[in-house]
Design a protein around this ligand. Structure first.
Ligand code: AVI
Length: 332
């Protein structure tokens, strides 16, 4: 990261968590958007989830990027401006960056500032010539990105990890549409999408034996205590995740183990035993389902890479209809 490129912060509303939690507690059924998982502790726990044997997503996607990164770089253009949505600790990013030229620029966008700075610094050490412009923002509200100085470069959105699955299909389409407006004509996107598979595999991935996913989910309550002064009993809630086949999604909830209450400011919120707070959806898509979604949002699916076991897909989407379609590639 050059010294002219400090972390820019846009559009982060400090009261967002407070207001959202209060409104969610007032409503029934209760639900909180998953973006609030990612404080410093939550981001750390998410990285631990990615190392578990059950959470195949990271391994499968890393394998695809490792094997096909050069091919992907050829598709997107090696001198592009790569804008990564929800970059987090950017563990997989070098698998793509190593195939880009020194003329390329990298714009990581993440909601968690304590993670964004060190991860960008780590990448700058690995790719010292590449210009990097970290942006601390909520990508679900896609800020406009100032790319003056790169007018002649192709803009490419990199959205790995199947984070698109954390949106409902309608929200996902809106996000893809906004992304298209953000980057403009002739731009492209590389997006990682988890595929539908056996419920046993999916259920295990969100109920790892080490308990990191449970801790990640429960951290939301700990965050309410730490940041909002909420009065609640952490042990009074349990992690609950299951595959809802009819909806094609993993659902994560915090389920109340007993009749109890949460106090926030001067309001008291009652929970019955078994009542849940819905904390995350993680939608899974067949190739066809995701391509339909991309089409509806104005993108043209042009290529697809899959791991050997068919667990995960990386789609190459373009805003240019005239670009050729390339054959699907599957890992060895
Ligand atoms: C970031 N996102 C794609 C993860 C997922 O699989 O939905 C978050 C996660 N939740 C539980 N485990 C991982």
């Amino acid at each position: 990261m050059s010294s002219e490129s400090p972390v820019l912060q846009v559009d982060l509303d400090e009261d967002d968590f407070h207001i959202t939690v209060r409104n969610s507690l007032r409503r029934r059924p209760r639900s909180i958007p998953p973006k609030f998982f990612y404080d410093a502790r939550g981001s750390e726990l998410f990285d631990l989830i990615c190392t578990t044997p059950e959470y195949y997503l990271t391994r499968a996607e890393s394998g695809i990027l490792d094997e096909f990164g050069a091919e992907m770089a050829g598709r997107i253009g090696t001198s592009c401006v790569l804008i990564e949505l929800g970059s987090g600790s950017a563990g997989k990013t070098p698998l793509l960056l190593r195939h880009l030229s020194d003329q390329a620029a990298y714009v990581p966008i993440d909601i968690c500032k304590p993670l964004l700075l060190p991860s960008t610094q780590r990448l700058s050490t690995m790719f010292p010539e590449m210009h990097m412009h970290p942006l601390c923002a909520d990508y679900t509200r896609l800020p406009s990105v100032n790319l003056d100085g790169y007018a002649d470069r192709r803009r490419v959105i990199f959205f790995p990890g199947s984070s698109i699955g954390n949106c409902t299909p309608v929200e996902a389409m809106q996000l893809l549409r906004h992304a298209a407006q953000l980057v403009g004509a002739n731009s492209a996107m590389l997006i990682g999408v988890d595929s539908k598979k056996s419920p046993a595999v999916l259920n295990a991935a969100y109920n790892d034996a080490a308990g990191y996913t449970a801790a990640f989910n429960l951290n939301l309550l700990a965050r309410m205590q730490r940041e909002l002064g909420a009065k609640l009993e952490l042990d009074g809630f349990a992690h609950y995740a299951f595959y809802n086949a009819a909806m094609g999604r993993i659902e994560m909830h915090l389920v109340s183990r007993k009749r109890q209450r949460i106090c926030l400011d001067d309001e008291v919120f009652h929970f019955d035993e078994g009542e849940t707070m819905h904390t995350e959806n993680s939608y899974k898509y067949t190739v066809h389902e995701f391509q339909q979604l991309a089409w509806a949002a104005g993108w043209h699916p042009k290529m697809l890479w899959t791991d050997r076991d068919g667990l995960f897909n990386v789609h190459y989407l373009s805003l240019s209809s005239s670009e050729p379609v390339f054959p699907h590639r599957q890992g060895r």
